[in-house]
Design a protein around this ligand. Structure first.
Ligand code: HDD
Length: 692
């Protein structure tokens, strides 16, 4: 073995690889040194020891070793996109915020939608709340609206947040379950904390298993303040309403999606944007004043309460469109640092104690996650308006401030030097002076507002606002989640709390769990009967549309080419998309002799991935497929997931094998199918599964 080191390098076994040329840039080290060989480390002889001297190898491995950063302590799994907010209706009468002044003006945004409990690599479709965070890069600086797809929260005071999150995340001794609340510690905490009841109703509803991130609402959750140019302030709740309407999956579908495609939501968002179908939300505000707040039987500073839209309508003042995928997931989506404390003149905080705690937490966590107080200089976080101050130095300082002025007051400008920026009393952010009425001279206490103690009135309002099918889903989710626990007391305590929401609900959950109904827990405040609100129901909000929806068409050799083409055009004209699924990926020979390209192989492309299915097969195809488990399951699942099924008479054997019985959602392959595919068939459900 030769001891002399060689500067020559060559591929190990005759591989071909691209080298730099006039069109292909040279690979370099982080120091800009061009690299001649990226295939072999430097060795003392071909089969000899690798040399420490190899700075190319060392740098590459060194950087790789440090690629990961701590994931978010909550909302670790998320998908983001760039876009814009466009003002449709200026509101200078209530807010002086620059982005709310001029009709038609656009402000760039970056939005990230996330699950809460799971890690960064967890699946997209567990039962969970979805985070809905938007960074508005306004001319007055960044405004971050960091909300959820549910308008209320589990707890009322930030001091309980670490307990809530510890309870819901994987259990600390065993490290499971991942991304789910169906376990002892969550229900132990929740059943001991009646303030969670309203949010539990939402979390057990279909809101927590959305069909697409493009089909969720976004809520700022807290009551914030708007402030106008005269200094007058109002209360406000912020809303995003999806243009595609609200839509969720059914539980069995959500579960099957986890195995069909871990990245179902991320892929859906990415594909929609890449194909020019930009997700869009209306942006609205519920503006109200102290006087109205004072008449309500609940406290607007309590994040477990919402303001019904029937009482204070949502005024649509803008729209948000996501029209650009990130170029790099880590640099943008992962490093995006949202913070509810990022606020602009014209918008202000309320005294909501949950919000107040958040104002500290987010800035603090970014230091731990991104490693430096200079995280705001990362391109995704940096304001798009000029920003300058006397903050200096620290890890990863990327700006190069000029001159000596790093303190204030200074008189350097008077000596011809750059004296740096100064405060601006006219346009700078000034805190709205309004205090919660009656609290201005309050003494220091560790207590909550009196009305915070009503934990059940709005939970009941939510329950009564749901359709019977939605109610069955909620009751069944409680049964499923509580059945996963091993402790005896949490389900009993939870039932005692649910009895205050609705006796029928509690009785159904008890029956599902095989438990005797306990006595109701004693509410800390008497309930107030509130009128139901249609805005709280998904089914009452759904849009019968094919926009953003995908139809799976099962085909086989001999399938009718014309029927496929007609179906495809009809679906696409209605704004939907189609994907052909077949037993093999190498195309099927259609009736006209053409070969149809296939998007998904049957066994690996379950019907859970589609919003409706069509079977375009001839007699022989149907006969063959009706002997195949994957095909039978495909049809069976679509039926069980309450989807429309379009099929010609030839497909009958397959429908029969899958147990499809006729109803409004089972049609021929004509126009009726395209109309039917815009909906789900809730009435079918009771005949298919035993819901609580
Ligand atoms: Fe939070 C992240 C939403 C209460 C502490 N939160 C985080 C994200 C969203 C929310 C959407 C992810 C942002 C992103 O995409 O990067 N959080 C909420 C909502 C709440 C809420 C709607 C109640 C109304 N959060 C809340 C409280 C605290 C936190 C009470 C602490 C006192 N949240 C955090 C955090 C996170 C976070 C630990 C983790 C990663 C991050 O901030 O950047 O600071």
């Amino acid at each position: 073995m030769s001891k002399s080191k060689s500067s020559e390098s060559r591929p190990a076994g005759g591989e071909t690889h691209q080298v730099a040329s006039a069109d292909v840039a040279s690979l370099t080290t982080d120091q800009g040194i061009q690299i001649s060989d990226d295939q072999n480390s430097l060795k003392a002889g071909e089969r000899g020891p690798t040399l420490l001297e190899d700075f190319v190898l060392r740098e590459k491995i060194f950087h790789f070793d440090h690629e990961r950063i701590p994931e978010r302590i909550v909302h670790a799994r998320g998908s983001g996109a760039h876009g814009f907010f466009e003002l449709l209706k200026p509101i200078p009468q209530v807010s002086k915020a620059d982005l709310f002044q001029r009709k038609g003006e656009k402000v760039p945004v970056f939005a990230r939608i996330s699950t809460v409990a799971g890690g960064a690599g967890s699946v997209d479709t567990p039962r969970d709340v979805r985070g809905f965070a938007v960074k508005f890069y306004t001319q007055q600086g960044n405004w971050d609206l960091v909300g959820n797809n549910i308008p209320v929260f589990f707890i009322q005071d930030a001091i309980k947040f670490p307990d809530l999150i510890h309870a819901v995340k994987m259990e600390s001794d065993r490290g499971y379950p991942q991304a789910g609340s169906a376990h002892d510690t969550f229900w132990d905490f929740a059943s001991l904390s009646p303030e969670t009841t309203h949010m539990l109703m939402w979390a057990m509803s279909d809101r927590a298993i959305p069909r697409s991130l493009r089909m969720v609402e976004g809520f700022g959750v807290h009551t914030y303040r708007l402030v106008n140019a005269q200094g007058k302030d109002s209360f406000v709740k912020f809303h995003f309403k999806p243009k595609l309407g609200l839509q969720s999956t059914v539980w069995d579908e959500a579960v099957k999606l986890q195995s069909a495609d871990n990245d179902f939501h991320r892929r859906d968002l990415h594909d929609a944007i890449a194909s020019g179908h930009f997700p869009e939300w209306e942006f609205g505000v519920q503006v109200f004043d102290e006087a109205l707040a004072a008449t309500l039987p609940y406290d607007v500073l309590d994040a477990t309460k919402l303001i019904p839209e029937e009482l204070v309508p949502v005024d649509i003042i803008g729209r948000m469109v996501l029209d650009r995928n990130p170029d790099n997931f880590f640099a943008e989506t992962e490093q995006a640092a949202f913070c509810p404390a990022n606020i602009v003149p014209g918008i202000d905080f309320s005294d909501d104690p949950l919000l107040q705690g958040r104002l500290f937490s987010y800035l603090d966590t970014q230091k731990s996650r991104l490693g430096t107080a200079n995280f705001h200089q990362l391109p995704i976080n940096a304001p798009k308006c000029p920003f300058a101050n006397f903050q200096r130095d620290g890890h990863m300082q990327m700006q190069v401030p000029k001159g000596r002025a790093n303190y204030e007051p200074n008189s350097l400008a008077e000596h011809g030097e750059n004296g740096g920026p100064r405060e601006n009393p006219d346009t700078g952010f000034a805190t709205a002076p309004a205090m919660t009425p009656g609290e201005a001279a309050g003494s220091k206490v560790r207590r909550r507002g009196e009305l915070f103690a009503d934990h059940y009135s709005q939970a009941r309002m939510f329950w009564l606002s749901q359709t019977s099918s939605e109610q069955a889903h909620i009751a069944s989710s409680f049964v499923f989640e509580l059945s996963k626990g091993t402790l005896e007391k949490p389900p009993v305590r939870l039932l005692a709390n649910l009895l205050n929401v609705d006796e029928d609900l509690a009785a159904r959950v008890a029956k599902g769990l095989g438990l005797k109904l306990p006595h109701a827990s004693t509410p800390a405040r008497p309930l107030v009967e509130l009128p139901p609100s249609d805005a709280l129901s998904i089914h009452k909000q759904m849009k019968p549309t094919l926009q953003g929806r995908k139809i799976g068409i099962l085909v086989a050799d001999g399938s009718d080419a014309e029927a496929i083409q007609e179906l495809k055009s009809a679906v696409e004209n209605a704004g939907g998309a189609v994907a052909l699924v077949a037993e093999r990926m190498n195309g099927v020979a259609l009736s006209d002799g053409s070969i149809a390209p296939i998007a998904g192989q049957l066994a690996g492309t379950p019907s859970a991935l589609f919003d409706a299915i069509a079977l375009v097969v001839d007699k022989a195809g149907a006969a063959r497929l009706s002997k195949q488990g994957a095909a039978i399951q495909w049809v069976m699942d679509a039926f069980a997931h309450l989807k429309a099924i379009g099929a010609g008479a030839e497909a009958r054997p397959l429908l029969d094998k899958a147990g499809v019985s006729p109803d409004e959602g089972v049609t021929g392959l004509d126009r009726a199918f395209v109309a039917a595919a815009t909906k789900r068939y809730w009435d079918r459900e009771p005949s298919l599964r035993d819901l609580a």
